[in-house]
Design a binder for this molecule. Structure first.
Ligand SMILES: CC(C)(COP(=O)(O)OP(=O)(O)OC[C@H]1O[C@@H](n2cnc3c(N)ncnc32)[C@H](O)[C@@H]1OP(=O)(O)O)[C@@H](O)C(=O)NCCC(=O)NCCS
Length: 208
């Protein structure tokens, strides 16, 4: 299950994200600061970037999956103690289905540091392939420049270029326009959504 982060997750955060390969392959800053991490999540939420905790049953967080709603870019990181058990692959498959089927995002992208083989395997397992997009340079969590490749997944049966139907995630409490050609005013639906992840398990994605 994917869920929102809670203040109660605070003690788990250093064990999950204070890892050299997380700082090297994502923009999560190092040295890691748990309070700053929760502040960062709230700031990103206001910008339309949803960071969800990856859990087995809604309990202890094992990692994160992130979605930049307006541009359909996803990211993920799993705590070192919880790796190699398919958590990243399952979380990415779940979010991918949610984005294609619920949000109508027909082209989803991942930015993967060149040579990050575990992340490439996760991408492949969720049906992503390396795109022709140019490699871009970005600063990682260690403040180092890194070259990022774009991997993408086009929703089956689509060209990948339709405008997403983000009106489906406007909640009664949200209001406002969520998509425009140039600007995005994204509000999250306070209701819960159920989703089948393709393996028969029913999950809940809470975009609150
Ligand atoms: C990449 C990462 C999220 C993978 O998490 P995970 O939960 O261990 O991944 P999974 O268990 O779902 O493994 C997915 C695939 O990657 C493979 N894999 C995992 N670790 C690997 C490694 N160190 N080297 C090679 N392949 C690896 C698995 O064997 C599996 O392949 P399979 O489906 O063919 O068996 C995790 O290593 C991580 O958080 N890394 C640091 C942050 C990062 O790189 N994030 C991605 C940013 S784009």
């Amino acid at each position: 299950m994917l869920r929102d982060w809670l203040d109660a997750d605070l003690p788990h955060l250093p064990g999950l994200f204070d890892a050299p390969d997380i700082a090297a392959n994502t923009d999560i800053p190092s040295p890691f600061d748990a309070d700053a991490f929760l502040v960062r999540i709230r700031r990103r939420r206001a910008q339309g970037i949803v960071d969800l905790a990856v859990t087995r049953d809604g309990g202890e967080p094992l990692g994160l999956v992130a979605l930049h709603v307006a541009i359909g870019v996803l990211g993920y990181a799993i705590g070192p103690a919880h790796r190699g058990r398919g958590m990243a692959s399952r979380a990415l498959r779940l979010m991918t289905s949610f984005c294609h089927e619920e949000l109508g995002l027909t082209r989803l992208r991942l930015s993967i540091v060149q040579g990050n083989l575990p992340s490439q395997r996760v991408a492949e397992s969720a049906g992503y392939v390396r795109s022709d997009d140019e490699v871009v340079e970005r600063t990682n969590g260690l403040g180092q420049p890194k070259l990022l490749e774009t991997w993408h997944r086009i929703a089956p049966g689509t060209s990948g270029w339709q405008r997403p139907d983000t009106t489906r995630v406007i909640g009664a409490a949200g209001g406002g326009r969520v998509w425009d050609d140039a600007s995005v005013d994204y509000r999250h639906d306070p209701t819960r959504r159920d989703l089948r992840d393709g393996k028969g398990d029913l999950h809940t994605v809470h975009l609150g």
